[in-house]
Design a protein around this ligand. Structure first.
Ligand code: ZN
Length: 266
């Protein structure tokens, strides 16, 4: 599932393709992705508009239009935006297209989504999914004092809190798993049991995990592949001390960790 760095890369792409562009035609026939909107409303709201901003918050993208309207996009599990020539036929799993003219050049920006867990929402104003998001580690920054306050208030497992989009937006299983290993914190530790140095380590871990992913410009990796420290590596040796990595389920998600160097606070 795309996490903050993947969505940030998508934002940078969309910014390059769409900022200042005029939408000549817009089409999405997929009522499920458009919920609660409709195909006619999608076309009507976007056609003729100029894109004035391309923003991201957590895992959500937002295009700002010249009439004050917005298009929100969530990539779900398998969503991606690509750009093609306008005469290129529909791609596999193509769900939406925006034919645009930018600096006199026509192109076609398409939304592909095999599994259709994504969303495309056209709105006149902000939507609750956007306004309810917590702090964005990249856009807003995170300080240890702030994170400690948030963790201290909650008795849930620290991993569960890190992935709570209303606390911090954009952190998914990959970033949380990697940051906890970097910080040497057992993912099952209750938030309120963490020591100040654990939280400092987590802030550093999150930054490092996000930076590593942002710098990876290669082709997108499949789940469990790639150069993660521990994510997807249960049963393999811990890169720090060689202990066999183990896994537990927290909040319905598999969490890989090292039972030796990741300390469980209680
Ligand atoms: Zn270890």
């Amino acid at each position: 599932m795309p996490e903050l760095p993947d969505v940030e890369k998508a934002r940078r792409d969309l910014d390059g393709w769409l900022l200042g562009a005029k939408i000549a035609a817009a089409r999405c026939e997929d009522g499920y992705l458009l919920r609660p909107g409709s195909a006619p409303a999608f076309a009507r709201s976007l056609t003729g508009r100029t894109v004035e901003s391309v923003d991201r918050r957590g895992k959500w993208l937002r295009l700002g239009l010249d009439d004050g309207g917005r298009l929100f996009s969530h990539l779900g599990m398998t969503g991606e935006w690509v750009t093609l020539a306008t005469d290129v036929r529909s791609q596999r799993a193509e769900r939406a297209r925006l034919d645009v003219v930018r600096r006199g050049r026509a192109s076609s920006v398409r939304y592909l989504d095999t599994r259709r867990f994504g969303r495309l929402v056209v709105a006149k104003d902000e939507i609750a999914e956007w306004t309810s998001l917590g702090r964005d580690p990249l856009a807003d920054g995170i300080e240890a004092s702030w994170l400690r306050e948030e963790l201290t208030r909650r008795g849930r497992a620290v991993k569960d809190i890190l992935m709570d989009q209303s606390v911090m937006a954009g952190i998914g299983n990959i970033l949380a798993t990697e940051a906890l290993w970097i910080a040497r914190v057992d993912p099952r530790s209750p938030g309120r049991a963490l020591h100040a140095r654990d939280v400092t380590g987590l802030v550093r871990g999150l930054r490092r995990a996000i930076d590593r992913e942002l710098q990876d410009h290669g082709p997108r990796r499949a789940e469990g592949e790639g150069d993660f420290f521990v994510y997807g590596r249960a049963g393999e040796p811990c890169p720090r001390d060689g202990t066999r990595l183990t896994s537990v389920t927290i909040g319905g998600r598999t969490s890989v960790f090292c039972p030796t160097c990741q300390v469980r606070r209680r």
